[in-house]
Ligand binder design. Structure first.
Ligand SMILES: [Zn+2]
Length: 285
């Protein structure tokens, strides 16, 4: 949850004093305090500004472009604001299994579209985006999508708050801004490698390859997927252009400019619109 800032350190000409938000009004702020208010966390040099509101209590907010130190409780990640939205807090939200399913389906549908269809879709979306442009500055939290990597049930989209859309990326379109983020990956399966406790699916599009990794956490969350990856090998040997879609985290590969994609749960990827469990049962009928 966002932490609201209700006190600040006033520092000027060697004087240091803690100020509660209740001790300040717009007039005294503009006259004395503006530019001299700092975060109260020791060693944190982030500047604060006073925000006056008639509808709710006034508060302090972090000065534009200033950052709190690593362990400051007011620290929040800065992201580029979309026009008209004044982003103040970043809240982590977890995507529900239902939305993951839908995102994977939609990703598969996109993989079946021609370049012309995709172009048309882009144009339509840009048009809609223009229509819904916000007027004036609107204050709201920025929502950051996270994956539940340990299979616990906490932190799901809750309180009527729906997380933002999952961004879909073709394997050739990943870039540095995706690193550390949750994305939906789309591409064709070139190869698959596996051991008892790990697997890599090589996903390709337009000569760019992404290693999709299934590591210890994956098999801890989804033990029934152990020993099934050889079915993917079988399937790609029989079929032409098998589509992979997955929800996971983007990493930079240790060597080179390539990216890796980490999947944490069995229901977070599909092979030609099927789960691996479905594919396995198709072969063991
Ligand atoms: Zn701070």
């Amino acid at each position: 949850m966002p932490v609201s800032i209700t006190s600040a350190l006033y520092k000027k000409d060697g004087e240091v004093r803690e100020l509660r938000v209740s001790e300040i009004d717009s007039e005294s702020y503009n006259k004395y305090y503006k530019g001299h208010l700092f975060c109260t966390t020791p060693n944190c040099e982030a500047r604060l500004e006073f925000v006056y509101s008639t509808s709710k209590p006034s508060y302090f907010r972090t000065w534009k472009h200033d950052n709190h130190i690593e362990n400051c409780i007011y620290r929040f990640e800065r992201i580029e604001n979309r026009a008209g939205i004044n982003t103040q807090y970043i809240i982590d939200v977890e995507i529900s299994p239902e939305r993951k399913r839908k995102a994977l389906k939609e990703a598969y549908r996109l993989s079946q579209m021609t370049e012309e269809e995709l172009e048309q879709r882009r144009k339509k979306r840009n048009l809609n985006r223009k229509k819904t442009k916000t007027v004036g500055k609107k204050k709201r939290e920025a929502l950051n999508i996270v994956l539940n990597k340990n299979n616990n049930e906490s932190g799901l989209e809750s309180g009527g708050r729906r997380g933002p859309n999952l961004l879909k990326r073709n394997a050739d379109a990943l870039n540095d801004s995706d690193v550390g983020k949750v994305r939906v990956l789309i591409g064709f399966i070139k190869d698959v490698q596996y051991t008892e406790s790990s697997a890599i699916i090589k996903v390709q599009r337009k000569n760019k390859t992404v290693d999709v990794k299934f590591e210890e956490a994956f098999f801890a969350n989804s033990p029934d997927y152990q020993g099934l990856f050889h079915y993917i090998r079988k399937y790609i040997n029989e079929q032409n252009k098998v589509v992979f879609t997955g929800v996971g985290e983007v990493r930079k590969a240790k060597n080179g400019d390539n990216y890796e994609f980490v999947v944490y749960k069995g229901d977070e990827f599909t092979i030609e619109n099927m789960s691996l469990l479905m594919l396995a049962s198709y072969y063991s009928r």
